[in-house]
Design a protein around this ligand. Sequence first.
Ligand code: MN
Length: 231
Amino acid sequence: MSFVIKPPATVSVPVVGSKDRFPVNRIYCVGRNYVEHAKEMGFTGREPPFFFLKPTDTCVIVNEGETADLPYPSLTKEFHHEIELVVAIGTGGKNIKAADAHKHIYGYGVGLDMTRRDLQGDMKKLGRPWCIGKAFDHSSPIGPITPAAQAGDVENAEIFIQVNGKDRQRSNVSKLIWNIGEIIEHITAAWELQPGDLIYSGTPEGVNAVVQGDVIEGSVAGLTPIRLQVV
Ligand code: MN
């Protein structure tokens, strides 16, 4: 088959312990999924989970041991980090129950749901979609994916981010309002998950702005950490 224009490249993420890569299909994100973050955003933390999507080509692939460039985006004065555990889907499905969800997971990685917070806030006030605040170019950094069997107890792992060596967010994945199985149950009630889908599972409290020159280091215990510099 030939195409009238050059087809886009497949976005893919390195896999720990393999020379083969994980191809990315859709990117789902969970909003306000840690109580203390929901509070800092002005909500009670007691609401059903909700989701937004980012284009696959917003991924910034962060290789082990490297410092990736993170371009400062246009139009914002409030470029926020959100450290998140990312779930990589190996087998898809519809109407997956929480109790069955883990067999659909290929592995886990460390990600950032970068946000133009001022633009997101403007859109919230107007009741408009969040795309300009969330789904912009380079807004989805992700590190290598660790296969689930080697990832340890990620659902009880410490999750944290430092900027220029100082703590910004530090919590534990066990504090998710909706755990990974429940997230997959809710997503697959609304969409059919596909192999290659990524789920950014939400961020704990402490979201804050970065500026050009800042060095961001993000970790979930048991997974490969990520390091980026805002350029
Ligand atoms: Mn987020």
